[in-house]
Write a protein that binds this ligand. Structure first.
Ligand SMILES: [Zn+2]
Length: 277
């Protein structure tokens, strides 16, 4: 069933687990995510980024996710990922998204607070939860996210931001990157502990791809309740597509899509199980 993202993350916070949020862009990616969640018996967050609004029919997409969620045996939330425009947030809310991320991290703190507070007041009127980000993730390899400057989250700014805006979840920059790491991952668990001390809302980790399992477990033990995964799923599917070039036969597109869905589902299920151990 379609589920309230805030309630989902509150439960995860109590049970010290994290819910996987997968970036999706098509029917196959949504089906893969929901089916993986059902196999693992865990909730899942379907995340559509504002960056895909140019190619994905947002209202049609939301209707599709709601129909699939209604039949699902596990809670499914529909989340707007990295929105930079207020209009996108409003469009997602009107379409039935259960949470939205407003990313004002490129603005100075005061300005970020002021815009985020307005977004929160709009979203909360219709019981939609809001995620925001303090600090900024750098971009690694194979990502299609915006380039961030890699500024880590300052715990005191995070506290001030959450109190001033009333956001429901906070994305903390602790050293993960959007995409794959180009060097050794350097995740600052000490900083995460300080942010956890300063802030009591569920914390979100962006850049789950390529992060070692033990580091993931440690972030969850220290308050991460939602982990975004995008690139690693995309890479699994694309590497299958590349392998088709080496194959002399030309398969039918329907077989390609269905096989690709299976590959994504397998990768997603591994993440869901790791996050909910
Ligand atoms: Zn992100």
């Amino acid at each position: 069933m379609l589920s309230n993202t805030k309630a989902m993350l509150s439960r995860a916070q109590v049970s010290k687990q994290a819910v996987a949020a997968f970036n999706v862009y098509s029917l196959e990616t949504v089906q893969a995510a929901v089916s993986a969640a059902e196999k693992a018996g865990q909730p899942v967050i379907i995340a559509l980024g504002e960056r895909y609004f140019g190619t994905v029919d947002v209202e049609g997409f939301a209707a599709m996710v709601k129909a699939i969620a209604a039949k699902s045996g596990v809670p499914v939330a529909l989340h707007l990922d990295h929105a930079y425009e207020k209009q996108s947030v409003i469009r997602a809310i009107r379409s039935g998204f259960t949470s939205v991320m407003y990313d004002g991290s490129k603005f100075p703190l005061e300005e970020n607070i002021s815009i985020t507070r307005e977004i929160v007041s709009i979203a909360h009127m219709v019981d939609v939860a809001v995620e925001a980000e303090i600090g900024s993730l750098a971009r690694g390899a194979f990502s299609d996210e915006e380039e961030g400057d890699g500024t880590l989250t300052d715990p005191q700014s995070a506290k001030q931001f959450v109190e001033a805006t009333g956001v429901d979840f906070l994305a903390a920059a602790i050293g993960t990157v959007h995409g794959m790491y180009t060097g050794e991952p350097n995740i600052n668990i000490g900083l995460l502990k300080q942010i956890r001390e300063a802030v009591h809302v569920p914390l979100v980790l962006h850049g789950g791809s390529g992060t070692p399992d033990e580091v993931i477990r440690e972030t969850i033990r220290n308050g991460i309740c939602k982990i975004n995964v995008n690139t690693e799923i995309s890479m699994a599917a694309v590497s299958y597509l590349k392998s088709l070039h080496e194959n002399a036969k030309t398969p039918h597109l329907s077989d390609v899509m269905s096989h690709m869905q299976g590959i994504m589902e397998e990768s997603m299920e591994k993440f869901i199980r790791l996050f909910s151990e």
